[in-house]
Design a protein around this ligand. Structure first.
Ligand code: GUN
Length: 293
């Protein structure tokens, strides 16, 4: 049976460090870290995520600001808000919640954020710094940073000799995750929907990271015995066994099958999810310390 990688416990440890750093920054430099989250439209899941980011930011001692804009907001108005936040000295981190409504150009909005305040790590400057190994001034996208922390908890800092397979190649997760694994000396394969014989590629993995967005896609016989599984997927499905109208969250990995084969795996929920918010808070306090110094 695979051991459970406890993302909640890991996140609690990260948040304790973040809170201590935030208090130190206040005490020693008189600066309160500030995080601004921008949400456009009324996607209910996004509102839940944004509310929990705000609450967590306050618990870390940050100033937390939320800007909620109507679904028909124009690109120019959204860009003007980003520019205002870029110039606001009380705000050290800016996050524009994705996805944006279809009429808006998410890429140009994301790229308008000052790289020093880009706590999502999505600007080309931060993506480039990650790729070129500059960890001292860049900011790394929160979900991959959190997933990497969980990998390190199992394998330590040096992944030399280990094969890592990342399934999914998004800018928000797959690509930065591949870079982080590479920087830790893993031999990395980036797999995706066009990969031939995906199951055979996955079976090579000592560390298998699944971010396909397809519930239960990675089956037990895709997994090398003893492998570490990081499941980034989160899909809400009907769960009639829990009662009429009930739902539950599942990952991209068929949990029960994988549990019998893997060495260690993240649960869904309670694995990578809690780490994402913790790393957002970590990025915010890092950004605030750099801007204060
Ligand atoms: N929507 C879902 N995940 C994320 C994230 O990590 N950052 C942003 N900005 N939007 C998201």
């Amino acid at each position: 049976m695979a051991s459970v990688i406890d993302g909640k416990a890991a996140a609690t440890a990260v948040l304790a460090d973040v809170t201590a750093a935030s208090e130190r920054l206040k005490r020693e430099a008189g600066v309160q870290a500030g995080l601004a989250v921008v949400i456009v439209g009324d996607d209910p899941a996004s509102h839940v995520y944004v509310a929990s980011k705000g609450k967590r930011a306050e618990a870390c001692g940050f100033r937390s600001v939320q800007h909620t804009l109507p679904a028909d907001t124009e690109q120019a108005d959204l860009l003007a808000l980003v520019e205002r936040l870029n110039a606001d000295e009380a705000i050290h981190g800016i996050l524009v919640q994705l996805p944006l409504p279809g009429h808006l150009d998410a890429s140009s909005v994301t790229q308008a954020i000052r790289p020093e305040k880009d706590v999502d790590g999505l600007t080309v400057v931060n993506a480039g710094k990650l790729m070129s190994g500059d960890r001292s001034s860049g900011l790394v996208s929160c979900t991959p940073a959190g997933a990497m922390r969980l990998v390190r908890d199992v394998h330590g800092e040096d992944l030399s000799g280990l094969e890592a397979v990342v399934v999914g190649r998004s800018n928000l997760f797959g690509k930065p995750m591949g870079q982080l694994l590479l920087a830790a000396n893993a031999t990395v394969t980036m797999a995706h929907s066009r990969t031939a014989d995906l199951s055979a590629v996955c079976r090579r993995a000592d560390i298998l990271v699944a971010a396909t967005g397809r519930a239960g896609m990675v089956r037990g016989d895709w997994i090398k015995p003893g492998a570490t599984i990081i499941d980034v997927g989160i899909t809400r499905i009907d769960a009639p066994e829990r009662g009429p109208g009930k739902t539950r969250l599942v990952g991209d990995v068929a949990h029960d099958e994988a549990e019998a084969v893997a060495g260690a795996m993240t649960p869904v929920p309670g694995g990578v999810g809690p780490m994402t918010i913790a790393m957002l808070m970590a990025n915010t306090v890092i950004a605030a310390c750099r801007q204060a110094g």
